[in-house]
Every structure is written in structure tokens, then in C-alpha cells.
Ligand binder design. Structure first.
Ligand code: NAP
Ligand code: MG
Length: 488
């Protein structure tokens, strides 16, 4: 490992006084049940699992584990609710969705703290990004509910029926909003399964849904592990599967529903290329690189996990990056100064550590800041790998952690080849002062989203999704409605 010079020593530990967000306004129950047919009910087999705080390993709550019998109950309740819900005028459906959005806003602080407690992300991010964006997805799709004839002019659309929705742990409430809001706007009913390590905000959302007066059975939330997800996928009364998660599970789902009438959207993994040209505003680009890979500890499907920097500015950019990561604050997710929170689970930490080992064994040059990390909890220092090439596993495979693989390029054709040489196709970033270069690259890069002179910008009105092994179908924006309707 390259040791930082004294000049670069990890200074964050003394830079700021602790400023933790208060938890005294937060209500978390000791035990959570399944949300089926508008009620919280105990699981059929009486089994529960624990959700822990990844920053201190303390158990937060016990969570019901839904069996196939519970999933069957949830799907039947969604199926029963479908006819009436679909028949409601769009304006009425919109009112419920709007109400859910307002309730999320009203309880935004509570949601933000619980998201950070359960998943380990910095409070700054859950407060300023996850929760406001989740509310904005509900607001946005509330607006579409009575305007579907404008969304699809001259075409009559019908809802699909019961949507089975399975989401990951990196943006728990936001992913729930991405899935539930367009499904409701178009008149579908829902069975949603949050990830095992981050079920709490989805269950809080269930409380809000109940409070909103949404008709019973329109949204059902079942907690559990992979088997619960599989039971949703395989249920014959489910008409659509919307899945966000790993490419491996996505492939299993595609096989499992082959030969059925189920519609499918898959939002899977990524290995985004962040491309820095010599004419870029270098200091801004460095901030962009940091945001692209270290936002949410790198647990981001569209993370800029590959940096492609033009050779003429590579030394400068790498030096600035090393300096910058020395000042990133690692620690308590509830502290407002924290830049890098806890890794979501011990399992994910092991995966990341394994990849760091592989990167070193493959001959990459590692750089990590020194300095303390908390004694208990799942922590990973921001990590740079220099001198890596296309064939390295850390360049090809998704690590889903704060690890950046840095490569250089000389020409525009070379960088396009390198950026596209991956099984994934979710995101990319381009940094240059030249507009024509931006337009040229955005056409050539095989990625669902290409950001120019920025990174990780999200908006409810904008579609998001991938090519190749990053999946298919789009969520967000007008495109997001399309996945939940059939054309007459
Ligand atoms: P994962 O293991 O695929 O899990 C995703 C969800 O599927 C979880 O709720 C999981 O339950 C469930 N699941 C697991 N096995 C299943 C099965 N056999 N059948 C049905 N459901 C099953 O992925 P993850 O590790 O939680 O999430 C990280 C991945 O998600 C990364 O690859 C990332 O790139 C991707 N992601 C993509 C996007 C996008 O929009 N493209 C957004 C965010 C994340 P458990 O929690 O109990 O395992
Ligand atoms: Mg947890």
C-alpha cells in the first residue's frame, strides 16, 4: 500500500466537532409485521429476522419473514383490490399518491434518520437526496394519474394487474418510491419486497400508506430474504415483475418467468466509466470523480467506478484525488460531517475486501488514506487503484463499494472503446469544456445515462435504466409509466 506523505495525512478526525443528528424524535418498533390488505399481520410461520445498524452492529428491530403462504395472501389481496382501484378515475388515484408524497415530506426527518440507522448511509445524503427524491417521485406520478391520455396520445392504455416489486438495499425508500408511484398512477396494485438488511423505511412507508387511506390491498409490503422474492416472482397471479438488484438474480428471474405472460423490467448492476479530458475544469472534475464513486459508499448501481483520465493530465488528477480523499470523513452515518458512512452489511464488506485483495494480487497500485476508522461497525476506506488495465477483474466486475479503478487514455476513439468494453451499460460521465466532444461521446457510449460535467444527478422526470447486463426497461419520467400499462 502506498503510504500518504505527512502532508497528506488523514486529517479528518480532528477537523470537525461531532455533529450527530438527534434520534429522539424517531419511533421504531421492536418488532414489525407484514403489511397485507391494509393491516399489519404476523407471518404465517411465526418467523422473524433481525435488522441491524451496520455502523455499530446493534439490533434495531425484529422483522417478519414472509413465507410463500404470506406472499400468496399478499398477492391475493392485491388481486382482489385491483378491479376497484383500476376503475377509480385517475384524478382520485392521483389524490392518494399526492397524499403519500405529502406525508413523506412531513416525516422527512424521521425517514432520513431511520434510513441512515438501518443502512449506514451518511445523514447528509438520506436527508438531502434519498427522502426528497422519494417524495418527488410520488408527486410526479400523482400528476400523471389523470393525464394518461396525454402520456399516450391516441392510444388507450390499461393497467397490467398485480405488480411484484423487488428492491435492493442501497436506496431503500427511494427504490420503493420508484416502483410504487408509477404502478399506482397507472392503476396497478402492488406487492413489494424490500431488501433484508434495510426493511425499515419501507415499513414506515406502509404506516404512511395506511394513514393516507389508500384502499386496502392496493399496496402490500412483505419482508423477507431471497426466498420471499422468489415466491413473488413465481406467483401465477402476478402480472408484472419490476426488479432492481444484481445481474445474477436478474438472470434467475428472467429464466423463472420465461414462458409466462408476466411483463418484466430489470434494473441491474453497472460499471460506469467517468471520462476526464485534458480540457476539463480539473478541480470540478475531481469533485465529480469523488461524488461519482464515493456517494453512498459506492453502493450505487450507476457509480463512476472506472475513471478514464487523459494521459496528459493523469498525474495531476491522481495527485489531486489523493489529496481529496485524505480529507473525506469516515464514520458515524448520523453525523452531519460524515462523507463516507458504514458499509451496508458484513457480507458486502467482505465482498469489497475480497476485490481489494484481488486488485493488489493483479498488480494494481493501491492508495488509501491513513487514519482511524471506528472500532465497531463495517468500514472501508476510500480506495484508489492506479495502473490497472481492461483485463483486471476490478475493472470489469461490479464491486459496489468505495473502490475506484483508474486508467488512462490518449485519443477519443481509445476512450470510447475502453468505456464500452464492459458487460454493463448503465451510466457514464464525460468531463470536457468542449460541447462537440460531449455530443459525440453521448452518442457513442453504450449507457442508459450519460452525465456531462456532472455525475449522479437524479430527477423524477428523467428516465433511468440500462443496456446489456445492466438490464432493460426504464424507470422515472414518462418512460416509467410505459412499463405498467398495456396498449389496447
Ligand atoms: P440482490 O442480491 O440481487 O438483491 C436485490 C433484491 O432481490 C433483494 O430484495 C433480495 O432479497 C432479492 N432477492 C435475492 N434473491 C432473490 C431471488 N432468488 N428471487 C427474487 N428476489 C431475490 O442485489 P443486492 O446485492 O441487494 O443489490 C445490489 C445490486 O443491485 C447491485 O448489483 C446494483 O448494481 C443493483 N442495483 C441496480 C440499480 C439500477 O437501477 N440498475 C439500482 C440499485 C441497485 P435479500 O435482500 O433478502 O437478499
Ligand atoms: Mg439494517
Amino acid at each position: 500500500m502506498t503510504k500518504p506523505s505527512n502532508k497528506n495525512a488523514f486529517v479528518a478526525s480532528w477537523s470537525y466537532e461531532a455533529a450527530p443528528e438527534s434520534t429522539d424524535h424517531i419511533q421504531i418498533k421492536k418488532q414489525y409485521e407484514l403489511f397485507i390488505n391494509g393491516e399489519f399481520i404476523a407471518p404465517d410461520n411465526g418467523e422473524y429476522f433481525e435488522t441491524v445498524n451496520p455502523a455499530n452492529h446493534q439490533v434495531i428491530s425484529k422483522i417478519a419473514e414472509a413465507s410463500a403462504t404470506d406472499v400468496d395472501k399478499a398477492v391475493n389481496s392485491a388481486d382482489k383490490a385491483f378491479k376497484k382501484w383500476a376503475a377509480l378515475p385517475g384524478k382520485e388515484r392521483g389524490k392518494f399518491i399526492f397524499r403519500i408524497a405529502r406525508l413523506i415530506q412531513e416525516r422527512a426527518r424521521e425517514f432520513a434518520v431511520i434510513e441512515s440507522l438501518d443502512g449506514g448511509k451518511p445523514i447528509r445524503e438520506s436527508r438531502d437526496i434519498d427522502i426528497p427524491l422519494a417524495a418527488s417521485h410520488f408527486f410526479y406520478y400523482a400528476g400523471w394519474a389523470d393525464k394518461l391520455s396525454y402520456a399516450f396520445p391516441n392510444r388507450e392504455v390499461k393497467p397490467l394487474g398485480v405488480a411484484g416489486q423487488i428492491i435492493p438495499w442501497n436506496f431503500p425508500l427511494l427504490m420503493a418510491a420508484w416502483k410504487i408511484a408509477p404502478a399506482l398512477a397507472t392503476g396497478n396494485t402492488v406487492v413489494l419486497k424490500p431488501a433484508e438488511t434495510t426493511p425499515l423505511t419501507a415499513l414506515k412507508l406502509a404506516e404512511i400508506i395506511k394513514e393516507s387511506g389508500l384502499p386496502k390491498g392496493v399496496v402490500n409490503i412483505v419482508t423477507g430474504a431471497g426466498a420471499t422474492g422468489a415466491a413473488i416472482v413465481e406467483h401465477p397471479k402476478v402480472n408484472k415483475i419490476a426488479f432492481t438488484g444484481s445481474t445474477g438474480v436478474g438472470k434467475y428471474i428472467q429464466k423463472a418467468i420465461a414462458g409466462t405472460n408476466k411483463k418484466l423490467t430489470l434494473e441491474l448492476g453497472g460499471k460506469g466509466a467517468n471520462i476526464i479530458f485534458e480540457d476539463a475544469a480539473i478541480d470540478q472534475a475531481v469533485e465529480g470523480i469523488i461524488n461519482a464513486i464515493f456517494f453512498n459508499q459506492g453502493h450505487v448501481c450507476c457509480a463512476g467506478s472506472r475513471l478514464l483520465v487523459q494521459e496528459s493530465v493523469a498525474t495531476l488528477v491522481i495527485e489531486k484525488l489523493k489529496n481529496r480523499i485524505n480529507s473525506l470523513v469516515i464514520g458515524d452515518p448520523l453525523d452531519k460531517n460524515t462523507d463516507i458512512g458504514a458499509i451496508n452489511s458484513e457480507k458486502q464488506l467482505q465482498t469489497i475486501q475480497e476485490y481489494i485483495k484481488i486488485g493488489i494480487e493483479e498488480g494494481g497500485e493501491i492508495y488509501q488514506p491513513d487514519g482511524p476508522t471506528p472500532k465497531i461497525g463495517n468500514w472501508c476506506r476510500p480506495t484508489l487503484f492506479i495502473n490497472v488495465s481492461q483485463s483486471h477483474r476490478i475493472v470489469q466486475e461490479e464491486i459496489f463499494g468505495p473502490v475506484l479503478a483508474i486508467q488512462t487514455f490518449r485519443t477519443i476513439d481509445e476512450v470510447i472503446d475502453k468505456a464500452n468494453n464492459t458487460p454493463f451499460g448503465l451510466s457514464a460521465g464525460v468531463w470536457t469544456e468542449k460541447g462537440s466532444k460531449i455530443f459525440y461521446l453521448t452518442q457513442k457510449l453504450k449507457a442508459g445515462v450519460v452525465w456531462a460535467n456532472t455525475y449522479n444527478k437524479f430527477d423524477a422526470t428523467s428516465p433511468f435504466g440500462g443496456y446489456k447486463e445492466s438490464g432493460f426497461g426504464r424507470e422515472g419520467g414518462l418512460h416509467g409509466l410505459k412499463s405498467y400499462v398495456k396498449f389496447q
